[in-house]
Design a protein around this ligand. Structure first.
Ligand SMILES: [Zn+2]
Ligand SMILES: [Zn+2]
Ligand SMILES: [Zn+2]
Length: 180
């Protein structure tokens, strides 16, 4: 039975499968809409359903109250760590519980590439200043010992090298191949 969530509220057509942007946001586009890369405009129905982004539990403790931290991604792709004890009182319009929030500078995007050193997935890390590097998803930082952990593979992208990825967020979820 078709769910009403699967129907475009603008034109009544069905929605396409869930697709994901490089920043991890999930969306469903109307099946009657398509992206024209030449005009950089949507043709047909422009409806896009953005799916809510679920916070991810982190293996880190809140420095204020020692509750687990959550990784929350905003609608605009900004990331923050927040305390799982924190909440928002909609009536009083004020935060409740623990108010610990740490904005994460720079973003990490999962890549479909394997690390040449260890075979794990690579991630694309974008710093606040917009510099990009590929690094191994197993790499981390031990705050106490102040040491890098995991795999050391890092590859800095020269400016322009990532141009193919720029704007990918606005492309259709899947485009038909050019071969007949
Ligand atoms: Zn539609
Ligand atoms: Zn807390
Ligand atoms: Zn590696």
């Amino acid at each position: 039975m078709p769910d009403t969530n699967d129907i475009c509220p603008k034109c009544g057509s069905s929605l396409s499968e869930v697709s994901q942007t490089p920043t991890g946001r999930k969306l469903r586009r109307c099946s009657q809409g398509s992206w024209n890369p030449e005009t950089k405009k949507t043709e047909g129905c422009p409806y896009v359903l953005w799916l809510p982004i679920e916070p991810t539990p982190l293996d880190e403790k809140c420095p204020k109250c020692s509750s687990p931290l959550l990784l929350q991604v905003t609608r605009y792709g900004k990331k923050m760590k927040k305390c799982s004890k924190g909440g928002w009182d909609k009536e009083k319009r004020q935060p409740t519980g623990c108010d610990y929030v740490e904005w994460i500078s720079g973003t990490t995007e999962r890549l479909d590439e394997k690390c040449p050193d260890c075979g794990e997935n690579l991630v694309l890390y974008t710093t606040n200043s917009g510099k990009k590097m590929k690094k191994c998803s197993t790499s981390g930082w031990d705050k106490e010992k102040r040491l890098a952990t995991g795999c050391k593979y890092v590859y800095w992208l020269k400016s322009g090298e990532d141009r193919a990825a720029t704007g990918e967020e606005f492309l259709p979820p899947s485009k038909p191949s050019a071969t007949d």
